[in-house]
Design a binder for this molecule. Sequence first.
Ligand SMILES: *Cc1c(COP(=O)(O)O)cnc(C)c1O
Length: 368
Amino acid sequence: MRVPILDLKAQYATYKSEAVRAISEVCESQSFALGPAVAEFEEKIAAYCGSKYAIGVSSGSDALLVSLMALEIKPGDEVITTPFTFFATAGSIARLGARPVFVDVEYDSYNIDASLIEEKITEKTRAIIPVHLFGQAAQMKPMTDIAQRHDISVIEDAAQAIGASQDGIRCGNFGDCGCFSFYPSKNLGCFGDGGLVTTNREDLAEKIKVLRNHGQDSTYFYKVIGGNFRLDGIQGAVLSVKLKYVDQWNEKRRQHGVLYDSVFADSPVRPPKIDSNNVSIYHQYTVTVPERDQLQKFLAENKIGSAVFYPKPLHLQDCFRELGYKNGDFPVAERLCGEVLSLPVYPELTSEQIEYVAKTVLKFYELN
Ligand SMILES: *Cc1c(COP(=O)(O)O)cnc(C)c1O
């Protein structure tokens, strides 16, 4: 049996005719940059997320960048975030000349450890960017309390968490804004690059709409310096089609997670721990194991795909050398980088495939 880490073609087959029709309508309208298909999608996704405003942008990375711009983060400012995330979380901070200040993560949830944040706050701290990693929300209550006490902003990096919730509230509504990615491999992916900012603040929504179109407030008049962060009409049309299915796809992933968990109980494999107030969307099903690299090799020999998110924490990346961090600064993030392994969890997998993957993992430990 062959089980790839992700098979987007299997999913495409289930909604192909609708997507092709929707794309063709955009082609007929020739309205490719923003336009009615994007406006329609923004309305639907705002309702889905339970947010007052949703602004389509060019990628998840640009969602983070434009949110920081709207909050007027400038050179010299400090923004607190996790070192155990995709590069763009910290890259967006650094691109504005601000300084990413890292805080270690929890070994169980892989998310930022809120109890370590307050000691890192200085006069220069302007915002916190928690990441809802692998589809599970970071614990938001302690973070929004800290932010309120110190009058700083919270931007949720919800790129991996569309539809995930905490205490019954969907991600993207806890902070000042929420940033989503529609990169093709995300739980809701488009046919290229795309992203979204959600917010319940009218002032931020207005600012972000202006910033995503160069800062233009009326045709060829500019109040602020923005950029081209527009979402394409074709992406809006595809996303409206796929949004109808995202809950059922997320539910399938959760069922796969339950099945994996049951096979891994009482084994050397530590399954992902989901906090009791969270509903995860399992963007990844990520376990921690000793001998990670040997296990990954064994799985590949058995035609099973797996992936390491992420092999190197951000504080040790060459591009952030000037921040002055060193090995040992964030022991939990560093340890996770050596132990995490993500297994196939995409919705179209059959339970036979999940069982085959899980049993092959256990076989590795029987043989070693
Ligand atoms: C995917 C991702 C991003 C960036 O999104 P793009 O659409 O690829 O620019 C940012 N943060 C996290 C945590 C992500 O997983």
